[in-house]
Design a protein around this ligand. Structure first.
Ligand code: GLV
Ligand code: MN
Ligand code: MN
Length: 412
């Protein structure tokens, strides 16, 4: 069976999907359940219908597009990723796994492949934490990694609950029905751009992910005392922003102190209240992301952060409330799924590098209910979560070909 990927068409679809954006090109902003996200979803569904896939959506908006196999009762082979994008992002993160997954199915259909196990494309809801402060919302829920009770308590930045927001977007079913049984999938494969520099540095187009790093994120509310920027003298101040600044720098120091390049920590959100040039900040909200491929080192940074908060509370006379939004363990790919990807690469004569993923992905949670592996596509200079994120049509085509070949093998 010869698999031919239509890279040009796939690239055109990626570009078209990027036009559903709340930021001017080349930036892409697509926040879950925004009008733009719903329009992008409609576009993907139209493409799936044209490929004769059977579409189902669950109560949180995960979309499943199934190519039924000749033995439809068998656990399926899943593939897919997400199409939401953080503010001012690029056009490849997640989308390559959805549209590339669809193109892999097209290529197998064109090649006359007859799957025994169904092949199912998944578009996960809200892999990005932008709206509800928790990443991989859809895959967490369907894998049972997030309780329905906790999901119901989630609120967006405007204070709207997940239930309200999803209902307004047309997803009204019960969240209790989102969870999937453990035998739903036999294997799940996610195609994704690498988002790091390793493949380019090694001059290898494709990677196979053997493990996904352990991410944690926290929300911190710092309460100080506001006042007039001219009249309150420095010794009398309890400036919430300066407390936040001190905590942020201590976080950086803690991440660097592990001596491991794999430890990373970021303060990605810093909301200052009341936000006036002549007002002392009385309140600050921070959102903090800490990761490592080693759980012990990641947790060491979290503990150091906790200690710093204690010190800053005393020294600056502020109050700090910390909420751990998630602290997920790392995930291992399954040996058999990794081997299947490597074998596909060997047969296609495409060089492939086994590697870890320092970004998280929906596969982190899919690993709780099924065997997983990921196929990475080389990207330019390791740039991601930026408008200049780029992978070439050729490399995306190669990754998609590897995915298609692996899906073909696993679905027999
Ligand atoms: C995924 O978007 C991540 O932040 O790793
Ligand atoms: Mn992302
Ligand atoms: Mn992604």
């Amino acid at each position: 069976m010869e698999i031919r990927i239509n890279s040009e068409q796939l690239y055109g679809e990626l570009e078209k999907l990027a036009s559903f954006s709340d930021a001017p090109p080349p930036a892409v902003t697509r926040i879950v359940f925004s009008k733009t996200d719903l329009a992008a979803r409609a576009y993907i569904k139209e493409l799936c219908r044209a490929a004769d896939l059977v579409i189902r959506e669950d109560a949180v908006g995960n979309m499943f597009a199934r190519w039924p196999g000749s033995e439809p009762g068998l656990p399926a082979i899943g593939t897919g990723s997400h199409t939401d994008a953080i503010p001012h992002a690029g056009l490849f993160d997640g989308t390559v796994g959805v549209l590339g997954g669809l193109e892999a199915i097209h290529a197998l259909q064109r090649a006359g492949h007859k799957p025994r196990r169904s092949i199912e494309l998944v578009m996960f809801t809200s892999e990005e934490p932008t709206r509800f402060s928790i990443g991989c919302l859809g895959s967490r829920l369907l894998s049972g990694s997030l309780t329905v009770e906790r999901a119901r308590s989630l609120k967006d930045r405007d204070g709207r609950s997940l239930d309200d927001v999803r209902a307004a977007a047309g997803f009204t079913g019960s969240l209790d029905d989102v969870i999937l049984p453990r035998d739903y999938y036999d294997t799940f494969l996610e195609l994704h751009v690498e988002q790091g520099p390793v493949l380019e540095q090694r001059n290898i187009p494709v990677g196979v992910v053997t493990a996904i790093a352990a991410p944690a994120s926290l929300r911190m509310q710092i309460e100080g005392e506001g006042g007039h920027a001219g009249t309150v003298l420095m010794p009398q101040r309890h400036d919430a922003f300066l407390a936040a600044a001190e905590i942020s720098l201590a976080l950086e120091a803690a991440a660097k102190s592990t001596g491991a390049t794999d430890t990373v920590a970021t303060v990605g959100v810093c909301d200052v209240f009341p936000g006036a040039v002549n007002g002392i900040p009385s309140r600050v909200k921070l959102e903090i992301d800490v990761r490592d491929i080693d759980l012990g080192r990641r947790d060491f940074v979290l503990q150091a952060l906790h200690r710093t908060c204690g010190e800053v509370t005393k020294q600056r006379g502020v109050q700090i409330r910390t909420e751990i939004l998630n602290a997920d363990p790392p995930a291992q790919s399954s040996r058999s799924a990794v081997d299947a990807v490597i074998q596909a690469c060997t047969e296609l004569e495409i060089q492939c590098l086994p590697m870890v993923s320092r970004a998280y992905h929906d596969s982190l949670f899919m690993s709780r209910i099924t065997q997983i592996a990921m196929v990475f596509v080389r990207c330019r200079a390791g740039v991601s979560h930026r408008p200049d994120e780029y992978s070439s049509p050729e490399d995306i085509g190669l990754g998609t070909k590897v995915l298609a070949k692996t899906l073909a093998r696993l679905s027999l």
